[in-house]
Design a protein around this ligand. Structure first.
Ligand SMILES: [Zn+2]
Ligand SMILES: [Zn+2]
Length: 136
């Protein structure tokens, strides 16, 4: 079982690593804003394979490709934990850095390489997509 939480611990979760989907880096401009960094690294998981405790708030904004993206954060410490995409029903993306141990995460691709920042380049050892791989 993989455990994780926000910075203050108010929101926490448990998920089964063996049931997780792909991990990837996202260099889109929205992920840069919410992380304050060059990219977000996320792991996809089915809603049924993750158990979330605590209360998070969400902020909704249309993604660069028009998808309906809801970003979940802790209202106390502000940590970003999860992303829900309406067009990707039944699954969510967990920010890898919120996991207590994320050493097992192996990103398979970099998305939105078109908006990469030169100081945080895309990982050239994996696939890169100019935009969203689902619409590529
Ligand atoms: Zn918190
Ligand atoms: Zn993104």
């Amino acid at each position: 079982m993989i455990t994780g939480s926000c910075l203050c611990g108010q929101v926490s979760y448990q998920m089964d690593e063996s049931k997780s989907g792909s991990a990837f880096h996202c260099h889109c401009s929205d992920c840069k804003k919410v992380t304050g960094s060059g990219k977000a690294t996320v792991v996809e998981v089915s809603e049924k394979d993750i158990e979330i405790s605590g209360n998070f708030q969400t902020f909704e904004k249309l993604g660069s490709d028009g998808s309906h993206v809801k970003r979940a954060f802790c209202p106390i410490c502000g940590s970003q934990l999860f992303t829900f995409v309406l067009e990707n029903e039944g699954a969510l993306f967990v920010k890898a850095g919120t996991m207590d141990d994320s050493d097992w995460v192996r990103p398979v691709a970099s998305c939105w390489a078109a908006s990469v920042s030169p100081w945080s380049p895309a990982d050239e050892t994996t696939k890169t997509y100019a935009g969203n791989p689902l619409s590529a």
